[in-house]
Ligand binder design. Structure first.
Ligand code: 6CS
Length: 313
């Protein structure tokens, strides 16, 4: 059969590199073919999710940043300073976490989705028109976030005016000054040329970008056990590949940005400067619990346990 797989980035960006490896493995180990649909070919993230739920797409990569209204618990990825920045610890966490590998699949299943994997895409940095050294600098700044209620609350707590927008409106929004800031991992800031429309990059350490790959559940349940195993194996190979692929990627992307725009200002906030953002995180965590009740509390608790284990090795 031919299976259709849509993702939220270009073919040579992180989600695209993952999808290409998945396709390669599936086609090597079966008679099936995977047709890839990069960002822009089938609409925005919200559109491809609808298509996956409807079974028009067999596979979709949608980041929790857009899944929050469908699966409120997926917003846990926007509790600031929850995830570590150490890439080895992060990879261990995503590989072994009970929350990721056992609890989240049940929640995705309720929405007709077979959660296949979640993986990290790099430390999130803020890019803005004006310098940012603390929450005061975000006052009156319309800051674009993905369409996720908790991410909106985060940026309110950070002192900004959060503006949820689909990806397609971000470059133009910055260019026309409708928004004055956005956040994303460095590779994406470079590949989508966010540095052309902002002048400051700030490392705040508040998050690492997480994405999720899933299949339409009816499609997946209808496959032979052999095909299901082949898919799981292809996902595992693609996971290892994408972790390895990202080694040094943030630094390379930053170098490329500074080469294209030497006057770009890059700031790493000190511990002291981070403190007010870390303080704001507590209220965001409380809001996550208010939004998601017992189910969210269980996931958060399990994630903290899994993270403690992943960071202790
Ligand atoms: O900010 C966004 O909307 C996008 N960021 C990344 C890294 N991937 C896809 C997503 O659409």
């Amino acid at each position: 059969d031919t299976w259709r797989y849509a993702f939220e980035e270009a073919i040579d960006e992180v989600q695209g590199v993952f999808a290409q490896k998945f396709k390669e493995e599936v086609e090597k180990n079966s008679d099936h073919t995977v047709q890839l649909f990069p960002y822009g070919t089938l609409g925005e993230s919200a559109d491809t999710m609808e298509q996956a739920q409807a079974g028009i797409l067999q596979f979709v990569d949608q980041s929790p940043g857009f899944t929050g209204s469908l699966i409120p618990e997926a917003q846990v990825f926007f509790v600031p300073y929850l995830l570590p920045q150490d890439t080895d610890a992060l990879a261990r966490f995503f590989r072994n976490s009970e929350a990721i590998n056992e609890m989240f699949p049940e929640l995705y299943a309720e929405q007709g989705l077979e959660l296949l994997t979640m993986f990290p895409e790099g430390e999130v940095v803020m890019t803005t028109k004006e310098p940012v050294t603390g929450p005061d600098d975000l006052d009156e700044v319309k800051f674009r976030v993905m369409t996720n209620p908790l991410l909106v609350e985060s940026y309110k707590a950070f002192g900004a005016t959060p503006t949820p927008l689909p990806w397609g409106e971000v470059y133009g929004g910055l260019q026309t000054n409708i928004i004055q800031g956005q956040e994303n991992p460095m590779f994406f800031v470079e590949s989508t040329k966010m540095y052309e429309v902002t002048d400051h990059i700030t490392f705040t350490g508040h998050n690492n970008f997480t994405t999720a790959v899933m299949a339409n559940k009816d499609f997946y349940d209808g496959l032979s056990e052999e095909d299901q195993q082949m898919i799981q194996d292809a996902i595992d190979v693609a996971f290892d590949h994408i972790i390895e692929y990202q080694e040094g990627l943030t630094e390379e992307a930053l170098d490329a940005i500074l080469e294209a725009k030497p006057e770009m200002n890059v700031t790493r906030l000190t511990e002291e400067q981070r403190q007010p953002f870390m303080d704001a995180a507590e209220s965001v965590e409380q809001q996550f619990l208010d939004m998601t009740g017992d189910s969210g509390a269980e996931i958060l608790e399990q994630m903290k346990e899994d993270l403690a284990e992943a960071t202790s090795d």
